[in-house]
Design a protein around this ligand. Structure first.
Ligand SMILES: NC(=O)C1=CN([C@@H]2O[C@H](COP(=O)(O)OP(=O)(O)OC[C@H]3O[C@@H](n4cnc5c(N)ncnc54)[C@H](OP(=O)(O)O)[C@@H]3O)[C@@H](O)[C@H]2O)C=CC1
Ligand SMILES: O=C(CO)COP(=O)(O)O
Length: 332
């Protein structure tokens, strides 16, 4: 458990005001992102606890007094965690923030949808953006988005997390914000393959640019707003994650291009690469609902070992010729 009191230097705002604004924050998940999010809240003078399934504290007491609960666990645990939280009798005033970037394998739901379905009366906020945790931990400047249909809840989380090094924007589109962060992981795998095969800057620019209409098609299908994908949680996160070796998803693609086995790459990473699961869920949904996702489809086939990295490139380059215009209802 990490606890802090308000900063000791002379406050710019009166102490009574600062204490009023301070929040009790419980972060669920002690992985790379949960730890970084706990530190950020702590360094802003909030009272912070981290809960982990391996830790000593039980979930019920960890969330009992929290103003804000931040879920930063891997996608595979979100559904079960939501059920556990339900039995922990979360207060309806507690703001639930989700920072996970994935899709539920059983239901294709995003984490915010899972929390919305489980906690219809709680404010739900998505935190998503170009936030590679190693850079955040190194206190390099970064920006992110807190998105919610509850404007006050988003503003509260913005106020609790904003600092000189972490600039936060609000958004009214939680589904768009979390889908940007989720779908770019599949593209980062593709870009890792592109770099691993040394295909050059032209190929990489083409891949990232063509990924945008693909992400938009899925996003619009799932109820997101188009503009969100051109912001920090969409394009911003796509660029950060496709930039290189700090991204675990990129490293999955890079390793596959070098002929490594997926299991070996994941074992070597030792932490979550959500794009692998997302690719499977996305292709199930795309097949079911007829959404064209050519890049994700090649990533999926590569992850399943059905094609080689070189075949994936050939399959993308030799697709039917067509105009560039991004038609969100495109058939291929
Ligand atoms: N790292 C980053 O730069 C960023 C990550 N994210 C997203 O945050 C999420 C977590 O990533 P990250 O922290 O990096 O991953 P890590 O692999 O470092 O940590 C994963 C965390 O999830 C927990 N967890 C896994 N399965 C379960 C489960 N079934 N029940 C409860 N807890 C579980 C793990 O607990 P245990 O240790 O007990 O296994 C661990 O605390 C991912 O969706 C990722 O995409 C978002 C932005 C930035
Ligand atoms: O989402 C992230 C950065 O915003 C982290 O990316 P990786 O999961 O690929 O490391």
């Amino acid at each position: 458990m990490v606890t802090s009191s308000a900063p000791s230097e002379t406050p710019i705002i009166p102490l009574s005001e600062a204490l009023k604004q301070m929040a009790r924050v419980t972060v669920l998940g002690a992985g790379a992102w949960g730890t970084a999010l706990a530190r950020l809240a702590l360094s802003n003078g909030n009272q912070v606890q981290i809960w982990s399934r391996r830790g000593p504290s039980d979930l019920k007491s960890a969330v009992a007094d929290a103003d804000i609960v931040v879920s930063a666990i891997s996608m595979k645990g979100v559904s079960a965690l939501a059920s556990q939280l339900q039995t922990a009798a979360l207060k309806t005033s507690t703001i639930l923030v989700t920072a996970t970037k994935g899709l539920d394998p059983e239901t294709t739901r995003t984490p915010s949808k899972i929390f919305r379905d489980t906690f219809p009366d709680n404010p739900i906020v998505v935190l998503s953006g170009p936030n590679l945790s190693k850079e955040i931990e190194a206190q390099l400047p970064a920006a992110t988005v807190v998105a919610s249909t509850d404007v006050d809840a988003a503003a509260r989380v913005q106020q609790v997390y904003s600092s000189e090094m972490f600039r936060i924007y609000t958004s009214p589109d939680p589904v768009g914000a979390e889908l940007g962060g989720t779908l770019k992981n599949v593209i980062a795998i593709a870009v890792g393959v592109c770099d691993g095969l040394k295909l050059g800057s032209n190929a990489k620019a083409a891949l990232i640019t063509r990924a945008i209409p693909e992400m938009l098609r899925v996003g619009v299908h799932m109820g997101a707003q188009v503009e969100t994908f051109y912001g920090l949680s969409g394009l911003g996160d796509l660029l950060a994650t496709c930039d290189g070796t700090l991204s675990r998803n990129y490293r999955v693609g890079y390793g596959l291009a070098q002929g490594k086995k997926l299991d070996d790459i994941l074992a070597e990473l030792g932490s979550t690469a959500e794009g692998v699961n997302t690719a499977h869920v996305l292709i199930d949904m795309a097949n079911r609902d007829g959404i064209p996702v050519p890049i994700a489809r090649q990533v999926h086939r590569l992850l399943r070992g059905v094609i080689t990295p070189q075949e994936a490139v050939g399959n993308l380059m030799e697709r039917q010729l067509k105009p560039e215009a991004c038609d969100l209802r495109a058939k291929n």
